[in-house]
Design a protein around this ligand. Structure first.
Ligand code: OSB
Ligand code: MG
Length: 369
């Protein structure tokens, strides 16, 4: 595909409710929409870097810089065969996986549109609907959390993940477990603990959790192994896994028993599939993480989660859990069995709502090379 034009949009969208994690509280979500024109078709990509470097070092501004000055110029005016070809051309850019993944997503969308195949089909998906859950931010009190979870259960979610941080962990999880003894429940610390402070998490092992996500540093593998030795509950890594190589090393080190796959975190869908394939070959369950995506990134997550190794419910909730108005014409809704349909149309299978894109764009730039 010949790359004719690349336009970046810096988006800022209000969340339906504040989302609080161990690294901060957000009332709006930033991100980048990347539109790539090729031979009469438009491909869309979403870069999931947010306003601040709380989850990872990338921000919407660093991603903008790296996309505008390095990644987009590497393909603009040239012919790119596919995602593998794209990754070879940008391999000299160290790091910045979310920036790379955003542009790669637009190329996948274009490839699907050219071939008349859905992204799920291109990636090797085997399901037309995927099991999903909801990620619930820190609330004011354990009672407020129980109530919040209860409302999501009424909406139809059958798996919940709650955010934890030091001082807001065992009591919160225990309160939810007491209220909902059979709920598929998991927790996510977003790197808030050390080997020492994680000792306070030991009682979580009695709560029948599906997994404990990323208790320690985002750059750690070894200490997670030491934590996993102390728990019967599987440790799941999110932040620490930036490639299939990290995934292999984490599994060989026994640092975790489950992996959360996010295409943005590993530099694109191609690497995400490689992590999936590696885990599948080793019998390690994976699930699709989320980054509060718009309809564009949500479509990508649904396609990825349709691969056979995604055996645990993903953090892919319905559009209305995040945004009253989305930038896509399509809104994703929850089926009564706590699944969401995988888009079937060519590419990502979504169309933009130009008025909404306009409304939430805080700056826009065409890359000139
Ligand atoms: O750690 O999984 C995470 C959101 C932003 C950044 C990191 C994470 C999250 C979530 C929300 O947990 C998942 C979602 O519903 O998109
Ligand atoms: Mg996480």
């Amino acid at each position: 595909m010949h790359i004719d034009r690349i336009v970046l949009h810096h988006l800022r969208m209000p969340l339906v409710a504040p989302f609080e994690t161990s690294f901060g509280r957000s009332v709006e979500r930033e991100g980048l929409l990347i539109v790539v024109q090729s031979e009469g078709l438009a491909g869309y990509g979403e870069c999931v870097a947010d306003h601040d470097p709380g989850y990872a070092y990338e921000t919407s501004q660093t991603a903008w810089h790296v996309l505008r000055d390095f990644l987009a110029p590497a393909i603009l005016g040239r012919t790119v065969a596919d995602a593998a070809d794209f990754q070879r051309r940008v391999a000299r850019v160290r790091g910045h996986p979310m920036a790379k993944a955003g542009l790669e997503m637009a190329l996948w969308d274009l490839q699907g549109k050219r071939e008349g195949r859905s992204l799920a089909a291109l990636l090797g998906g085997v399901r037309d609907r995927v099991d999903v859950g909801v990620s619930v931010g820190l609330q004011e009190s354990p009672a407020a959390l129980v109530e919040r979870v209860g409302r999501y259960l009424e909406d139809g979610y059958r798996r919940a993940k709650i955010k934890i941080k030091p001082g807001r962990d065992v009591a919160d999880a225990a309160a939810v477990r007491r209220a909902y003894p059979d709920l598929r429940l998991q927790v996510d610390a977003n790197s808030a603990y050390t080997l020492e402070t994680a000792a306070a998490l030991q009682p979580l092992d009695e709560l029948g959790l599906l997994l404990i996500e990323q208790p320690l540093s985002e750059d750690d593998l070894w200490d997670h192994r030491l934590i996993q030795e102390r728990f019967r509950t599987p440790i799941c890594l999110d932040e620490s896994i930036l490639s299939a190589r990290h995934a292999r090393q984490a599994l060989e080190m026994q640092s975790c028993r489950v992996i959360n796959i996010k295409a943005g975190r590993v530099g694109g869908l191609r690497e995400a599939v490689a992590v999936h394939d590696l885990c599948r070959a080793r019998g390690i369950p994976v699930w699709c993480g989320g980054m509060l995506e718009t309809g564009v990134g949500r479509a990508s997550n649904l396609a990825l989660a349709s691969l056979p190794g995604f055996t645990l419910p993903g953090d892919i909730s319905a559009s209305d859990r995040y945004y009253t108005e989305d930038i896509t014409q399509e809104r994703f809704t929850l089926n009564p069995d706590s699944t969401i349909d995988v888009p079937a149309a060519a590419g990502l299978g979504v169309t933009l709502d130009p008025a909404a894109v306009e409304r939430y764009t805080i700056s826009r730039e065409e890359v000139t090379g």
